[in-house]
Design a protein around this ligand. Structure first.
Ligand code: NAD
Ligand code: DAU
Length: 352
């Protein structure tokens, strides 16, 4: 069994679904179900005994220790975090609590559990920490892409909290020998992406006839990776990564925000044209910039490709098309999130 934290969120739920599609090894899924956690993402696993869901906080050391003792996982894959930059600007407290203190509590419980394992199991245990390219800060137009050796220069409360958690994970390896791995990935997109983030927000607003908000001049660059490719990268690192190492994950897909939004509009124009025959691009609206907005991220994933033979399977063009089609086919999923119905579903689920 493996323990996945944050497995009801965007990437975590994709990871759990992919894992159980490819393996019989069960997953213990620990998620607090904050606003970003959505059990509807995992509806396909209802009645599947390989998926054990526990609602709880990674910062609850007692709970985590008892789960480890009871289920004896051979690995922890740690996704749980507060993940939205704009929320971290409005209220950094939760980011410090979950991303830093929560990761510390999880590491403490993992260390005690790992320490007590028999020698053979000790050698095989893994703690894989899922992190972000944002810890490296912002690039100028002519800078090379981020390598694992780049200096940490986080600029938002979110990225600073992720940077702190990366440092804690590193320290637990160097000080205590905990067998850790860290991955730093670029921007993900795909199914089950919470519609507060750029791509799902734009698809939702376009279909709802609302403005498509572009921060500042829209020339900020992000490096986009289809979520299932992120998941396959994590699985590769878990299988073959060298202990204590960090691996960048990215798809070499740098795009300016305005171009991403225009691509989404063009894809929607083709797949579900507006009734008035005009383009969704007419809804593009420039709004106030994000404070401290990082200008450019770009990931150099050479280490993962060379050492572990990983390659993404989607290009930006194929991944975006799949994604737009998924949101068109699953409009109820987005409606339930936007209306808050997904919370009622959680209550119904737990009422029994
Ligand atoms: P998300 O916000 O969609 O999901 C986070 C999940 O963690 C939710 O299900 C939430 O309920 C859970 N959670 C939050 N606090 C918790 C706590 N204290 N205890 C237990 N569970 C808790 O996030 P995401 O986009 O899926 O990101 C997952 C991870 O990947 C994060 O660590 C993030 O930093 C990292 N990451 C994200 C991206 C991206 O583009 N989204 C890119 C690189 C790295
Ligand atoms: O780089 C990896 C990171 O990508 C992850 O670590 C974060 O968890 C994840 O949320 C994401 O952060 P970003 O800030 O890059 O993602 P977001 O979707 O919020 O924004 C993408 C870009 O689009 C960014 O430059 C801000 C801009 N934007 C965003 C929104 C929500 C807009 O122009 N308008 C918007 O309405």
């Amino acid at each position: 069994m493996i323990l996945v934290t944050g497995g009801a969120g965007f990437i975590g739920s994709n990871f759990v679904l992919e894992w159980l599609a490819q393996s019989e090894e069960p997953v213990l899924n620990l998620d607090k179900l904050t606003y970003a956690g959505n059990l509807q993402n995992l509806a396909a696993l209802e009645g599947d005994s390989r998926h054990v869901f526990v609602q709880g906080d990674i910062g609850d050391g007692k709970l985590v220790s008892s789960l480890l003792a009871q289920h004896k996982p051979r690995a922890i894959v740690h996704f749980a975090a507060e993940s939205h930059v704009d929320r971290s600007i409005h209220g950094p407290g939760e980011f410090i609590q979950t991303n830093i203190v929560g990761t510390f509590q999880l590491l403490e419980a993992a260390r005690a559990y790992w320490d007590a394992l028999p020698e053979t199991e000790k050698a095989d245990f893994r703690f894989l920490h899922v992190s972000t390219d944002e810890v490296y800060g912002s690039l100028e137009e002519s800078d090379p892409a981020f390598k694992e050796t780049n200096r940490y220069e986080p600029n938002s409360p979110y990225s600073a909290s992720k940077a702190a958690s990366d440092h804690l994970v590193r320290a637990y390896h160097h000080t205590y020998g905990l067998p850790v791995l860290t991955t730093n990935c670029s921007n993900n997109y795909g199914p089950f992406h919470f519609p507060e983030k750029l791509i799902p927000l734009v698809i939702h607003n376009a279909l709802a006839g609302k403005p498509l908000p572009i921060y500042g001049d829209g020339q900020q660059i992000r490096d986009w990776l289809y979520v299932k490719d992120h998941c396959s990268g994590i699985r590769r690192v878990l299988e073959g990564g060298r202990l204590g190492e960090t691996y960048n994950i990215g798809g070499w897909n740098e795009k300016a925000n305005l171009d991403v939004v225009k691509t989404l509009c063009a894809t929607l124009d083709e797949l579900q044209p507006r009734q008035d025959g005009k383009s969704y691009a007419e809804q593009i609206t420039f709004v106030k910039d994000r404070p401290g907005h990082d200008r450019r991220y770009a990931i150099d994933a050479t280490k993962l490709e060379k050492e572990l033979g990983w390659k993404p399977s989607e290009t930006f063009e194929t991944g975006i098309r799949k994604t737009v089609q998924w949101y068109l086919d699953n409009q109820k999923w987005t409606q339930d999130v936007v209306s808050g119905n997904y919370r009622d579903w959680v209550q119904r689920q737990y009422a029994a």
